[in-house]
Unconditional design. Structure first.
Length: 86
């Protein structure tokens, strides 16, 4: 099975810059695993969208969209759990 490509939005890259280095490493590791399995155990589909999901990485949430036709995972937001859905 072919792997998915990971694409980061520019706004998401800005979100990551302000986080502690230890958290950034954990988030990048979790996102890298999405290339092999875009719907891992623990991922949850967000209501209101057909292809938007989220995964937990400690106190942070990674919100992403899965495009199965083009084999792409687009990272939309990475924020603290209290701020991510605003």
């Amino acid at each position: 099975m072919e792997n998915f490509s990971i694409q980061w939005r520019n706004s998401t890259k800005k979100d990551i810059r302000g986080l502690p280095n230890q958290e950034v490493a954990r988030i990048i590791a979790a996102v890298t695993l999405l290339a092999f399995d875009p719907l891992p155990h623990g991922s949850q589909k967000l209501s209101g969208s057909e292809r938007t999901y989220r995964i937990r990485v400690g106190d942070y949430r990674v919100v992403y969209e899965v495009f199965t036709d083009s084999r792409l995972v687009e990272i939309q937001r990475v924020r603290h759990r209290k701020d991510v859905y605003r």
